[in-house]
Design a binder for this molecule. Sequence first.
Ligand SMILES: C[S@@+](CC[C@H](N)C(=O)[O-])C[C@H]1O[C@@H](n2cnc3c(N)ncnc32)[C@H](O)[C@@H]1O
Length: 394
Amino acid sequence: MELDDDGGQDIYEVTSQASFNGDGAESDNSSAPSRYSYAPSRDGRSLFREIAGRKLNDTNDQYILPSDEGEHSRLDKQHIVHLLSVGRLYIPVEMVENALTELPDRRRAILDLGCGGGNWATSMALEFPHADVVGVDLAPTTTRPPPPNCRFEFDDFTLGLQHYYESFDVVHSRTVASGVKDFAWLVREAAKCVRPGGVLIMIEGNMELANSFKQPQEIAFGEGGPGQSWMARMCFEAYNTWKARGSSYGTAVKMEGMMLENEDLLADVQSDIKWIPIGPWARGTTPEDTRQLIHLGTLMRLNMKEFERSLVPLFLANGYAPELVQRFIQGADKEMDELLVHMYLKYHHCWARRIGEPGRYSPSTWVDEDEIVADQEPAEGGSYISFVVLAYKV
Ligand SMILES: C[S@@+](CC[C@H](N)C(=O)[O-])C[C@H]1O[C@@H](n2cnc3c(N)ncnc32)[C@H](O)[C@@H]1O
C-alpha cells in the first residue's frame, strides 16, 4: 500500500481482481484483475453497504459480517486469543522458519487470505523484515498504516488466485470460511499459491460450542432454561444461515481431510485444536496455566460479546425478527456477564508442506499496464481516480 503523491492524504494503491465498468461499479466474475487508487473518504460508499448500522463489504454477498472499525477491534481481540493459545503467530514453527530463512537472491513472500484488519499480516511483516507480506481482503481493510514490507490488496479470492501461483513461501488464512462457497476449492487454490517447500496454514472456528466437559453445549430455545445457552443458539443460527446462503459449513472439521485430498500438492498434513474458554471460568493445573486461561477467557468473552453484535446484519438480512435477535443478544450478554454457562469455542488449525517440482503452476502474466487504461470522472468534490484495468494473458 503506498500513499498517492498527487491526491489526498488518504489515497492508497491497492490491487483488485474484481473488474469494474466505466462508472465504477463491479461488473462480473471475470478474472481480469484491476489496480486502483483507493481513498477511504472518497470511495468508501461504493465499496461498502450498510445493514443495521454496520458497514459491510459490497463486493461479495456471501460474506456478511461487518468490515468496519468495530469488527476490526473485535478481530484485534481474537488475534490476541490466537497468539495466547498458540504462543506465536503460527503453530508449525520449524516449517515456517525453514520456509522463511533469509536468501541471498530474493526476498521471501507471505500471503494472508482474508486478512481483515491486517493483524496477522502486519505482525508477520515485523517478525520477518526480509519477507514481503501481502494481505488480501474483500474491502480495503484498514486505515492502520502497515510496515513498509506489507501491503494490502482488495480482492475476492474466490475469483481465482492464478496471478499468485507459486509466489509465496507461506500462505495463511484464518476464519474466512463464511465468505467461501467451496472451501475444498480454496484449499487447493491456496496450495497452488505456495512455492514448493513452502507452508500452507489454515485456521477455522467451530461454530458448535462445547460445554465445560468438552461435549456439545445445550442450546437455548423458547424461554431457555438452566444450563442452556443463548450464545450457543446464536452460533447455531449463524451456522445454519451461512449454510442456507451457500457458504462452506462444518469447514473446521473437514479442513484436514480437504488438505489430505491434495496429496499431489501437500505433504506432512497436520492439525491441532485449541479449546478457548469463553469467559474467565477455566482453571489449569498450575497457577501459570490458570493465569493463561483467565486471560484467554476474558479476551474471548469480549470477542464473543462483539461477535453477537456482528451477527445482527446476517440475521436481519435473512429475515429474523428484530425482537428475536434482541432476545438472543440479551440472553447471550447475561450469560457472558454472569458466567452462567461455561463453554469453549474450538479453533481448528491445519497445516501442510507444499511439494512438487517448481513451475507446475506458474502465475498468470499481466498484459502491459499501458494497454488498457480507463479513467473515471472525478468523484464528487474529489480528484481524478487513476484506474488501470489489467487483464490476464490466456
Ligand atoms: C472473520 S474475518 C478474519 C480476519 C483475519 N483473518 C483475522 O483472523 O483477523 C474474515 C475476513 O475474511 C475476509 N473474506 C471473506 N471472504 C473473502 C473473500 N471471498 N475474498 C477476500 N476476503 C474474504 C472478510 O472480508 C474478513 O475480513
